[in-house]
Write a protein that binds this ligand. Structure first.
Ligand SMILES: Nc1ncnc2c1ncn2[C@@H]1O[C@H](COP(=O)(O)OP(=O)(O)OP(=O)(O)O)[C@@H](O)[C@H]1O
Length: 622
C-alpha cells in the first residue's frame, strides 16, 4: 500500500472500503449528477465506435460495391437508394457521431467535475471540522505539514480519483469492450488477433504498477526530506547567516536534492518503458491484423484454414485496423487508474479514520453547561503526564498537585522553567485531562461540563499568542460577532495596546498576522490580552502574558488590570516575580509539585525557593 511511512498510520481506518464509504456518505447528494455524468461517458465512448463502422459500410458498398448499403438498427426501407445520397448520408452520420461525441464529452466533463468538486468540498469541510475537534495531544504529536497534507493532498487525491481515474475506467471498459465486441460480432476469427492483445496490455499495466510503486514511494520520501531541509533552512535563515553556515547548508541541500534526483531517475527509467511496450504490443496486433486481413482481402481467401468460413471485405479490414490501433490509448491509463485507486484508498482511510475517531477530550454524554460562574477553582491531587506519538505516557509532569482558589482570587504561579506551570493551566482549560485527581470549577469536575461553556468562561493568554491574518480590531474581537467598538478600545487600553495601535498606519484597521504588519512579541501579547479581556470571562489565565513587554509597560498594564482582576479569579504564570508580587496566593512549582505557597511576604519570610528567586531578581544575590 502507498504511504507505509505515514505519520497517520494510527489514524487510518483499514477495515472499511474507505472510498466506497465516503462515496455513499458524501456522494449521495450528487447522485443524479454522478449518474448523468456516467451515462454521458458511456454514450460518448459508444459514439466513438460509430465513424469507423459507417466508414466500413461506405467503403464496401460505395467504393468497392461488395455489399449493399445497410446499417444496423435502421430499416433498409428508410435508406436512400442513390449512391450519391448514400455517400452523403454516410458523411453526415460520421459528422454527427463526432459532433455528438464532442457534446457528450463536454457534458461528461461538466457533470463529473461538478460531482467531484462538490464531493471534495463536503469531505474537506467535514474533515477539517473533525480534525479541529481532536484533542490538543493529537496536534502535539503531528507535524503541521502532515496535518495539512490530509486536508489538502488526501482530499485532492480522492477528487482526482473520482474525476480522472473513474472516468478513464469507464472509457476503458466501454471503448475496449465495445470495440472488441463489435469486432467479435463481425468476424470473430480475425477479432481474436486484436482481442488477444488486451490481456497482454493488461499484464504490462499490472507489471508497470508493481514496478513503479516502490519507486514512487522513494520519490515521495525523498521529496519530503528535501522539503523539510528547505523549510528548516529558510525558517532558520538568520541562524544560518549568523553562523556563516551557508556552504554547509548548500551541501546538505545538494545531498537531499541528489537523493531526490536519483529516486526520480529510477522512476523515470521505468516509466518511459511503459508506453513504448504498450505501443509495441498494439503495433504487433495491428500488423498481424493487416497481414492476415490484407492477404485475405487481396487474395480472396484467408492465409490459414483457421480463418476459413467467412469472407472479409476491405471495409471490415479498415474497421479492424482502426479499432485495434485505438486499444492502446485507453490501456495506457490503466496503470494510472490502479495507482490512483491505491492512493485514493489510502487517503480515504485516513479521512474516514479522522471522521470516525472520537476526540480523547470531548463532552461527556451527560455534560452540563457551566452557568453563573463564581470562579472557585480546585485542583484535587492532580497528576499528569503527556503522551508520546504512540499514546504512551511520558515522564510525570504534575505530581499530586492540590490547591484551592476562591472566587476573585489572584493566584500567581512561579518556579523554574519546565516545572509544569503552563501544564497546570492547560488542565483548567481541559486541553488535556489529568491522569489522576480532578480539576474543579465551582465544584464541578471540568470533565462533567461542556467544553464550550468551560472555555467560554476562561480567558486565556499564553506567552506566544497567535494573531490571525486580519485587522487588529478583528484579532481583538476574534470569535465575537457583535463586538462593541468602545468596549474593544477599552479592552485595548487596559491591555496597554491602544497607544501603539493608534500609532500604526491604519490604526485598528492595520492588517497583522502572517503576511501583515510585523509586530513585536510584546505588541502581540498586548493584542492577545485585549482579546481575552474583551470577552469579559469569569476566569482569567495569563500564562507569561506580559513576558515580552518591558518593565515600564508591564507596570502600566498591571495598574490597568487592577480593576479587571479585582472581581474575577485570575491565574498569572510569571518568571518576572514583580508580576505576581501582589497576588493573594503565590504557588511555587518545582518538578511538577507545589513546593511553597503563600503571599509574597509569607514566602520571603520562609526564605525558601521563592525567596531565592526573588533575591536573584532584585540583585541581592549573585
Ligand atoms: N505538549 C507537550 N508534550 C510533551 N511534553 C510537554 C509538552 N508541553 C510541555 N511538556 C513538558 O512538560 C514539562 C512542563 O512544561 P510546562 O510548559 O508546563 O512548564 P513551565 O513550568 O510552564 O515552563 P516555562 O516556565 O519554561 O514555561 C516540561 O518538561 C516540558 O518539556
Amino acid at each position: 500500500m502507498p504511504d507505509d511511512s505515514d505519520e497517520f498510520a494510527d489514524v487510518r481506518k483499514t477495515d472499511v472500503n474507505a472510498i466506497w464509504r465516503l462515496f455513499r456518505e458524501y456522494g449521495r447528494a450528487q447522485a443524479g449528477t454522478f449518474a448523468a455524468g456516467g451515462a454521458a461517458s458511456v454514450l460518448q465512448m459508444l459514439m466513438e465506435l460509430v465513424p469507423s463502422f459507417v466508414l466500413a459500410v461506405a467503403i464496401d458498398s460505395l467504393f468497392f460495391d461488395t455489399r449493399d448499403f445497410s446499417l444496423p438498427v435502421v430499416p433498409d426501407a428508410w435508406l436512400p437508394t442513390a449512391a450519391g445520397d448514400q455517400f452523403l448520408l454516410a458523411a453526415l452520420l460520421i459528422a454527427a457521431a463526432y459532433a455528438l461525441n464532442s457534446v457528450l464529452g463536454w457534458a461528461n466533463s461538466y457533470l463529473w467535475n461538478k460531482f467531484s468538486q462538490e464531493f471534495q468540498h463536503a469531505v474537506r469541510v467535514d474533515t477539517y471540522d473533525a480534525m479541529q475537534r481532536r484533542e490538543v495531544d493529537f496536534f502535539d504529536n503531528k507535524q503541521t505539514g502532515e496535518v495539512m497534507s490530509v486536508l489538502n493532498n488526501d482530499v485532492n487525491q480522492l477528487e482526482n480519483f473520482l474525476t480522472t481515474n473513474l472516468n478513464s475506467l469507464i472509457a476503458i471498459v466501454v471503448r475496449v469492450g465495445g470495440m472488441g465486441a463489435v469486432m467479435l460480432l463481425i468476424n470473430w476469427r480475425l477479432a481474436l488477433i486484436p482481442v488477444a492483445a488486451i490481456p497482454v496490455l493488461g499484464y504490462i499495466s499490472h507489471w508497470f504498477v508493481r514496478a513503479i510503486h516502490p519507486k514512487y514511494q522513494d520519490v515521495r520520501s525523498s521529496v519530503g526530506a528535501l522539503n523539510s531541509r528547505l523549510e528548516n533552512n529558510i525558517g532558520g535563515i538568520e541562524t544560518v547567516k549568523a553562523f556563516t553556515t551557508e556552504s554547509f547548508e548548500t551541501d546538505r541541500v545538494e545531498g537531499a536534492s541528489r537523493d531526490y534526483l536519483d529516486a526520480q531517475w529510477d522512476a523515470i527509467t521505468t516509466r518511459i518503458l511503459f508506453f513504448p511496450s504498450l505501443q509495441a504490443t498494439t503495433a504487433a496486433a495491428y500488423v498481424a491484423v493487416f497481414l492476415v486481413g490484407g492477404w485475405w482481402v487481396v487474395t480472396g481467401s484467408p492465409p490459414h484454414p483457421f480463418f476459413a468460413g467467412t469472407t472479409l471485405t476491405a471495409g471490415t479490414l479498415v474497421l479492424f485496423l482502426n479499432y485495434s490501433r485505438r486499444f492502446v490509448y485507453p490501456m495506457r491509463q490503466m496503470g494510472q487508474i490502479i495507482n490512483g485507486y491505491q492512493y485514493a484508498e489510502a487517503a480515504g482511510e485516513r479521512i474516514v479514520g479522522l471522521l470516525d475517531m472520537e476526540p480523547r477530550v470531548s463532552d461527556a454524554p451527560d455534560a452540563t453547561d457551566l452557568r453563573n460562574v463564581a470562579g472557585r477553582v480546585e485542583y484535587d491531587d492532580v497528576s499528569f503526564a503527556y503522551t508520546d506519538a504512540d499514546g504512551e505516557p511520558e515522564e510525570t509532569v504534575l505530581d499530586g498537585v492540590s490547591f484551592d482558589a476562591d472566587s476573585g482570587d489572584y493566584v500567581g504561579l512561579v518556579g523554574p522553567t519546565g516545572a509544569g506551570k503552563s501544564t497546570m493551566m492547560k488542565l483548567l482549560l481541559r486541553f488535556y485531562d489529568p491522569d489522576e485527581g480532578a480539576v474543579r470549577v465551582d465544584g464541578h469536575d471540568v470533565r462533567d461540563v461542556s467544553l464550550h461553556s468551560l472555555r467560554e468562561s476562561v480567558g486565556y493568554v499564553n506567552q506566544d499568542p497567535y494573531l490571525f491574518y486580519g485587522t487588529v480590531a478583528e484579532n481583538i474581537a476574534y470569535g465575537l460577532d457583535d463586538a462593541d467598538e468602545d468596549a474593544l478600545r477599552d479592552a485595548a487600553k487596559t491591555a496597554g495596546a491602544h497607544d501603539f495601535v493608534t500609532d500604526l498606519a491604519d490604526g485598528y484597521d492595520t492588517m497583522v498576522g502572517e503576511r501583515g504588519v510585523k509586530l513585536s512579541g510584546g505588541q502581540r501579547q498586548r493584542i492577545a490580552l485585549a482579546r481575552a479581556l474583551l470577552r469579559d470571562p469569569e476566569l482569567l489565565v495569563l500564562d507569561e502574558a506580559t513576558s515580552h513587554v518591558d518593565n515600564e509597560t508591564e507596570r502600566v498594564i498591571q495598574t490597568n488590570l487592577a480593576d479587571v482582576v479585582a472581581d474575577r479569579t485570575t491565574f498569572a504564570v510569571a518568571h518576572r516575580l514583580s508580576t505576581v508580587r501582589d497576588a493573594d496566593t503565590i504557588l511555587v512549582v518545582e518538578d511538577g509539585e507545589i513546593v511553597e505557597r503563600g503571599t509574597h511576604d509569607d514566602l520571603l519570610a520562609r526564605d525558601g525557593l521563592y525567596a531565592d528567586l526573588w533575591n536573584v531578581q532584585v540583585g541581592a544575590v549573585e
